[in-house]
Design a protein around this ligand. Structure first.
Ligand SMILES: [Zn+2]
Length: 114
């Protein structure tokens, strides 16, 4: 399933307090994340999970599954949050459910993991 939504905020790698989106270019499944520091650092942390072989990490499991590789990893900013940690996490959960980022249709576990 392909999801459509408009991103109206502007991002750079140093944009803080954000929600970001990781998509698999092979099967279009999604992962939604949030962080209070640089967007580039948050995405890089997930990208660095792929070669570490940590089965507890859903991003690792997805991009190491059959017919997948790190070359399928696509990421970008979704929203800049004007609020604190609780507000950002609430907004993240809204995106996770609205965009279908949970298993089995998305990359994320039902019980939240990073
Ligand atoms: Zn995939």
């Amino acid at each position: 399933m392909i999801y459509t939504f408009n991103v109206t905020d502007h991002f750079s790698c140093t944009t803080s307090n954000n929600i970001y989106y990781i998509q698999c270019s092979n099967c279009n499944q999604l992962y939604i994340g949030e962080n209070d520091h640089c967007l580039g650092d948050g995405i890089r942390d997930h990208l660095n999970e792929i070669p570490k072989k940590d089965l507890s990490k859903p991003v690792f499991r997805h991009f190491n599954s059959y017919n997948h590789s790190v070359s399928n990893f696509v990421a970008f900013g979704v929203s800049v949050i004007n609020g604190g940690n609780d507000y950002r996490k609430t907004e993240e959960m809204g995106f996770i459910h609205a965009l279908g980022a949970l298993n089995p249709h998305g990359i994320m576990n039902v019980s939240r993991s990073i």
